[in-house]
Design a protein around this ligand. Structure first.
Ligand SMILES: [Zn+2]
Length: 705
């Protein structure tokens, strides 16, 4: 299970324009569909000066569009109100998609300044729409009379979603309440941006510089070479630099014999945002959690979790805690067993230590070696990034008949980006797909999917999506291509699953398209893709030695299979700990001055987390839940919730053959193409014929036979 983010932009749907004159100079490029092949963003023509005028124009245009709906003298109809609302804001969408896409991959001070400048304006704009009473009156009239409107199920779904969104955004509040809500939204927007910037700064500011070769003992040559290149890039020629980016710190923890340095690097990683310096996030967390609570209470909920979960599959905090605690009951004892095994190795080696969190990776590699005679480094040559990408394309071809053709005439925002045209089995155009896989300064950590344009049907025209995947995988070196870790491979498959969800969307309305589904349903299409990554017949298709071209030997495939559930106690425990921490913050019912470290410790003590494991994210760099006004707040559990679904869904393939065409057809038809046009459980049952059975999750993780 990967925790790659799925980035969606707040539904900034509609607008008008006093600034249009100005925008024809700067920002004009965003005012109409891009006049390019496939409507791809013309990155070679977009400059940083275009964004602010385009945002201003986009907001003004949408305001005009809203005014036109509200002032329409005709009685409200689906077309003149709901459809008009869905169609509004196309300019704002276009500029937002490009700006926030690049702000995630190639940010700099200028981009961050624009983000900080635009954020309160965009929040206010979005509030102007969602708190527009006349607009809501029309929606409510339609909603109250829906039975007599002769709507298609998809039309009713869109109407209902709009109605609920308005209610959940505070339309029923009195004037004072609305005023306070606006203020809270504005503050949350600014605070979460600050949180994110602090994490970015703390990640990028740190370097572990090694100048004594002896301190590299234990590290594989590829890791040493990468550290030498990083040193050169940092102006430390002849030394070795390790950073807080995953492809750097994880191998160091896995292999470095120098325990003090492991401790130093690991602490630097998990102390991000917690150093009592200008980038400290503790005070921000307190404010964010309290503001979310105040907002939820204002809207009539007992806490933020109640507000957030109401529209998810989980429905309420009891259901979330139940799943997390049920899995925890299997995971923690397993993790303790693993800790004992690791301690035993250390004892046998005469290390004379008490296993600590910075030792876990190191002794886990030794245990892996001992149990499976498997060294992750010997696998890497078979997982050249280009081969893995080809592999995921082949899986999509065998399942859904899709074809991928690299295009060299589409402008990219960075030379590391590749673009593909995706076509269906019958040759028809499906989507453009961009990949951007390597870490660089200015790119956010982690991996995610989003789009420059979402699928919808407008005036009968099928608007095809433009989707991208971003990762921070192992970089190529001067003399070696990018050779991925198993973790990287899994992440690549995961994000590609989100991409398929966006690309295969076949809906009418923009607001219901692709990945615009409940947070705890959205990881089903991504996580199910992970199941194919390491199946023997799939490995045979793509895992070839980068140098010799030799297919991965059966012996290594056997080892990968045998070790598939290895370290699962740890993996599950660190995840569930973080998910519970998220829930603990967002189920508070009273505002309080948080001592973040104490709160986190109490939360972990309550569940008995062992000292040798820390939550996958500690509070002060928990970007999933604190770097966005809502984001994954009270939603980190979603990966596990979706895993109940993906484990059960893959079982359908496992039973009939992993490329069974009928099963694939059903999955594409009822899940991948449907977006948010129906209740997720209804979609799932149409695919599977029944609700998911949680037993497959426990089996896949090796907790039960
Ligand atoms: Zn995901």
């Amino acid at each position: 299970m990967k925790q790659g983010l799925l980035i969606t932009f707040a539904c900034m749907t509609l607008l008008a324009c006093n600034n249009q004159q100005k925008a024809t100079e700067k920002g004009a490029i965003f005012l109409s569909e891009f006049d390019t092949p496939y409507g791809a963003p013309p990155f070679d023509q977009i400059t940083v000066e275009d964004y602010v005028p385009a945002f201003e124009a986009g907001m003004a245009l949408q305001s005009e569009e809203i005014d036109a709906i509200v002032n329409n003298p005709d009685a409200p109809t689906f077309e003149n109100t709901i459809l008009a609302l869905d169609n509004s804001g196309s300019v704002l969408d276009r500029v937002s998609s490009v700006f926030y896409g690049l702000e995630g991959t190639d940010t700099n001070q200028e981009m961050q300044n624009i983000k900080a400048e635009m954020s309160p304006k965009l929040t206010a704009h979005s509030d102007n729409i969602s708190l527009n009473e006349k607009l809501f009156e029309r929606i409510k009239t339609l909603y109250d009379n829906a039975a007599s409107l002769d709507l298609t199920p998809e039309q009713f779904r869109l109407l209902e979603q709009n109605y609920k969104n308005f209610v959940r955004s505070g339309i029923m509040l009195d004037e004072a309440g609305k005023e306070r809500l606006r203020e809270i939204n504005k503050q949350l927007s600014a605070l979460t941006i600050q949180f994110n910037n602090n994490v970015l700064a703390e990640t990028n500011n740190y370097k572990l510089v090694i100048d004594n070769e002896a301190d590299l003992a234990g590290l594989p040559q590829s890791v040493i070479s990468a550290a030498a290149e990083a040193a050169t890039a940092a102006g430390e020629e002849g030394k070795w630099v390790f950073t807080l980016h995953k492809p750097s710190w994880i191998p160091f923890l896995q292999y470095a014999d120098n325990r003090d340095l492991r401790e130093k690097l690991y602490k630097a990683m998990y102390m991000r945002g917690n150093n009592d310096n200008e980038f400290d996030n503790k005070a921000l967390i307190s404010e964010i959690v309290n503001l979310r609570l105040e907002r939820s209470k204002l809207l009539g909920y007992k806490n933020f979790a109640a507000y957030a979960l109401e529209e998810r599959m989980a429905k309420n905090q009891e259901n979330v805690y139940k799943l997390l605690n049920d899995v925890w009951a299997y995971a923690l004892p397993q993790a303790k067993k693993e800790a004992a095994e690791l301690q035993a190795i250390a004892d046998r080696e005469g290390a004379n230590i008490e296993l600590a969190s910075w030792d876990w990776w190191y002794y886990t590699e030794k245990l892996r070696q001992e149990k499976y005679n498997l060294n992750e480094e010997e696998l890497r040559p078979y997982f050249k990034m280009e081969n893995v990408r080809e592999g995921v394309f082949m899986v999509a071809n065998k399942l859904y008949g899709l074809n991928f053709k690299k295009l060299d005439n589409i402008p990219v925002y960075n030379p590391e980006v590749d673009v593909y045209e995706v076509t269906d089995a019958d040759g028809s155009h499906i989507a453009l797909f961009y990949t951007d896989y390597f870490p660089r300064a200015g790119k956010r950590a982690g991996a995610w999917m989003s789009s420059f344009r979402k699928q919808s049907t407008r005036d009968g025209e099928d608007i095809r999506p433009i989707v991208y995947n971003v990762g921070n995988f192992t970089k190529p070196l001067a003399d070696t291509p990018s050779l991925l870790s198993l973790d990287d491979v899994e992440t690549l498959f995961h994000e590609f699953g989100h991409a398929l969800h966006g690309m295969l969307s076949r809906v009418t309305y923009h607001g219901l398209s692709g990945t615009s589904v409940a947070r705890d349903f959205v990881e089903l299409p991504s996580q199910i893709m992970e199941h194919w990554a390491f199946k023997p017949e799939v490995l045979k298709m793509y895992a070839r030695h980068y140098d010799t071209g030799e297919a991965i030997p059966d012996e290594l495939i056997g080892k990968i299979e045998a070790s598939g559930k290895f370290n699962m106690g740890f993996i599950t425990t660190e995840f569930v700990a973080a998910a519970l921490l998220d829930m603990d913050y967002h189920t508070q019912t009273e505002e309080q001055q948080y001592d973040v470290n104490a709160f986190e410790k109490a939360s972990m003590d309550k569940i008995g987390l062992i000292d040798q494991i820390i939550p996958r994210y500690k509070s002060t760099y928990y970007s999933h839940i604190f770097s966005n006004p809502e984001g994954y707040a009270s939603g980190y559990y979603s990966y596990l919730w979706s895993e109940v679904l993906d484990a059960d869904a893959f079982q359908a393939f496992a039973e009939k053959g992993i490329f069974d065409q009928e099963t694939a057809r059903l999955f594409r038809e009822h899940v991948l193409s449907k977006g948010n046009t129906a209740d997720p459980m209804e979609l799932y049952k149409k695919f599977r014929g029944a609700e998911p059975d949680p037993v497959y999750l426990l089996k896949n993780r090796g907790f039960i036979e």
